[in-house]
Design a protein around this ligand. Structure first.
Ligand code: GLN
Length: 533
């Protein structure tokens, strides 16, 4: 087993996760089996209870783990399916250590960061090794070198190489090489200092990924090489990408990142087979058509809050030889100014998941506009609940219909809590989470898009479609076309008498890949294209 640890210096949001994922792509396409994971230094046990404003999207895995959005990159850039073992936080580490202390596992000892916390971190790596047949594990350490809370993780990965042998461990450090306008110069000092911080702990990077706005010439490389004590070839420029993030593996391949790593770890493979990947990138970067799709949400100003949805639209666009221009619409603005103003010139509308009652009425107005104006509609999770509420109110005259999440006293709870969820008091990890099977009716549009009447999709929600209203809604042209296998939980709704109206209780965006777009997204973008203004 070989191990690659990825750290970051200077600033956050460097694209460290992207660089790690791109390395994963390159190694996988050399025929190696790669597993990727993230260690996060914050104290939350998982990001499930954090606001998207704090942390971007929560990415859900098959087993229901609520994880960092970098795991989404990993699953999109490699074929690995990840599990709860692959996202470790300080919260989990301390929770385990304290449980063990109370049980008496450390009886007699003073429990300390070194060795008890660092042992717990290393143990997770060994647990992952047990659970996988991968050749290489790439572990990204969240945060920036110099952060107090990241120290135990860095110390753990330092100790780790002594346990498994130096020849089996490579360290890749990502830094920023800023351009100072007044001097018209790229500056290497921040890189030097962040590498010095790492070396203080005892980690000497084998590769430095230098994120920069401008090309990095040999002079700069030599300087970084000398001050950071690594070979000039191992200084890998990672210049801002203008086209698509999926170009990252190709850019890093051009800089020989994969061969440097393979040489360092003694891995003998051929060159990576990048034909499929290059074709996909070409379809994303040079499409024939273009279409505008509106996404109506409440975290619209944040690039990362609906990360997987935006990525899925891009994948589906490539499959339709189309550039999807995403128009981000704040549901609060629709509440103030009406839906027409914002939806008039989009070719389709998507309402993503969400929690809390801010902006709900604006989303309901958007769904009504889409239904009444034959605008293709794709609802995801909350977007499905919204479509149901809208239909009940405006097509079935169920005045005041709502979800009990937002209006506990509603006369028509078309979306409500299941019996099991009523008893729950803790907010963390208590939703309906992870992959569950759904059965679809054969004649539904969804079953045709999937090419199957049984699907497995990932979930993250608490509230459910209230089947007591099914008949009444269906009499007015609504269809519940997908349910859990026992028929109790609503999974997919459609309006057949509409160019494209599909809304799902699950999150298809967590399974879309650039080389294998999700069928519902593909169908949605095709419908948008057909409806182009
Ligand atoms: N808030 C809704 C629920 O809990 C929808 C959740 C979501 O969109 N992920 O059921």
């Amino acid at each position: 087993m070989k191990y690659i640890f990825v750290t970051g210096g200077v600033v956050s949001s460097l694209g460290k996760g992207l660089a790690a994922a791109a390395l994963g792509t390159l190694l996988e396409r050399r025929g190696l089996k790669v597993l990727m994971q993230k260690f996060d230094p914050y104290l939350n046990v998982d990001p499930g209870t954090m606001s998207p404003f704090q942390h971007g999207e929560v990415y859900v895995l098959d087993d229901g783990a609520e994880t960092d959005l970098d795991l989404g990159h990993y699953e999109r850039f490699t074929s690995g399916r990840l599990s709860q073992l692959n996202n470790l936080t300080s919260g989990q580490v301390y929770e385990n250590v304290i449980k063990k202390e109370r049980k008496g596992d450390y009886l007699g000892a003073t429990v300390q960061v070194i060795p008890h916390v660092t042992d717990e971190i290393k143990q997770r790596i060994y647990d992952v090794v047990e659970s996988t047949d991968a050749d290489i594990i790439i572990t990204e350490i969240g945060g920036t070198t110099g952060d107090i809370e990241g120290l135990p993780f860095l110390e753990a990965i330092r100790q780790f190489k002594d346990e498994v042998g130096h020849e089996n461990v490579a360290y890749m450090h990502a830094t920023l090489v800023p351009f100072i306008k007044a001097a018209e110069e790229l500056k290497t000092k921040p890189t030097q200092q962040s590498v010095a911080k790492l070396r203080e702990i005892g980690i000497a990077p084998d590769v430095i990924i230098c994120r920069s706005e401008y090309p990095i010439d040999n002079e700069i490389k030599r300087k970084i090489s000398m001050f950071c004590n690594i070979k000039p070839e191992a200084v890998v420029p990672f210049v801002d990408i203008v086209g698509s993030i999926y170009e990252a593996p190709l850019k890093l391949y051009d800089q020989n990142l994969d061969s440097i790593i393979c040489e360092r770890l003694g891995l003998e493979t051929g060159e990576p087979d990048l034909i499929e990947w290059r074709n996909m990138v070409d379809r994303i970067v040079n499409p024939t058509h273009s279409v505008k799709i509106g996404v109506v949400g409440k975290y619209i100003e944040l690039q990362d809050a609906y990360k997987s949805i935006y990525e899925s639209l891009t994948h589906a666009g490539a499959a339709n030889d189309t550039k999807v221009e995403i128009i981000r619409i704040d549901s609060g603005d629709i509440e103030e100014n009406g839906a027409a103003k914002y939806l008039e010139d989009v070719a389709a509308v998507l309402i993503p998941g969400g929690f809390g009652d801010r902006g709900i009425e604006g989303k309901i107005m958007a769904a009504q506009y889409a239904r009444e104006n034959n605008l293709p509609y794709f609802g995801i999770c909350l977007g499905m609940q919204i479509a149901t509420i809208e239909f009940a109110r405006n097509a079935c005259s169920l005045i005041g219909a709502h979800s009990t999440e937002f209006e506990p006293q509603t006369p028509h709870p078309v979306i409500c809590l299941l019996e099991e969820q009523r008893e729950i008091e803790n907010m963390g990890a208590t939703m309906r989470l992870g992959t569950w099977e759904a059965k679809l009716t054969d004649e539904s549009r969804s079953a045709k898009l999937y090419g199957s009447n049984t699907v497995n999709e990932r979930h993250r929600h608490r509230y459910e479609f209230n089947q007591n209203y099914k008949t009444q809604l269906e009499e007015n042209g609504f269809r519940l076309v997908g349910t859990s296998p026992d028929g109790t939980l609503g999974e997919i709704i459609e309006i057949p008498d509409h160019p494209f109206f599909i809304a799902v209780q699950f999150h298809p965006e967590f399974q879309s890949k650039p080389t294998n777009p999700h069928p519902l997204f593909k169908g949605f973008v095709a419908a948008a294209l057909a409806n182009r203004k």
